[in-house]
Design a protein around this ligand. Structure first.
Ligand SMILES: [Zn+2]
Length: 186
């Protein structure tokens, strides 16, 4: 199932002669592309190659917005799903708008524009939501320090984390942990 050297060379060189012959899918982002796609190179071990153009879709991969692997425009709804999938699986990592653009195969500013138009919030706002939700869970399920939890969900700056948590849930992370622990004791 691994990528052959010929396939890998075609992908690396954005070789148009292989367009329509095979398609490559990237496991970590669930996107599939033509060999000629100009997007940033994925890791070789994350790639699966398909010679049937319908197969990647059947296996849950979504079309790359940029190279339009099936020769038809990719609608925004599908692209938003791709972006959300990336946010949901990678929120704990450092993820700038540029990183997201690379991963979702689109320019950062266009991505932000489309995402905001479609969902009403920016990708960064969605990212914070996901991180705070994960932190909330972690606060109740572990005894880890606030700083450690913040880092674990992808927020380096602990005072920023506490500020955002309070904004969203109306109390500090520590208070949230205490009040919930009390409730479960009684
Ligand atoms: Zn592509």
């Amino acid at each position: 199932m691994s990528v052959t050297d010929i396939e890998w060379a075609a992908i690396k060189n954005n070789d148009k002669t292989y367009d329509g012959i095979f398609w490559y899918a990237v496991k970590s982002t669930k996107i599939f592309c033509r060999p000629s796609c100009p997007s940033k190179m994925p890791n070789r071990h994350n790639i699966t190659v398909y010679y049937d153009k319908n197969e990647p879709g059947q296996r849950g991969y979504r079309q790359c917005k940029r190279c339009q692997p099936l020769g038809e425009p990719v609608d925004n709804e599908e692209w938003i799903k791709t972006i959300n999938n990336i946010l949901e699986t990678k929120y704990a990592q450092k993820l700038s708008l540029e990183d997201l653009g690379h991963l979702a195969h689109g320019s950062p500013s266009y991505l932000r524009h489309v995402y905001k138009n479609f969902t009403g919030i920016t990708p960064q706002q969605r990212l914070i939501e996901l991180r705070l939700q994960a932190a909330k869970k972690e606060l109740l399920q572990s005894n880890l320090a606030i700083k450690v939890i913040a880092g674990k969900v992808g927020i380096e700056n602990v005072s920023y984390f506490i500020k955002k948590f309070r904004e969203k849930y109306g109390e500090s992370p520590l208070h949230y942990r205490k009040s919930h622990a009390k409730k479960s004791d009684s």
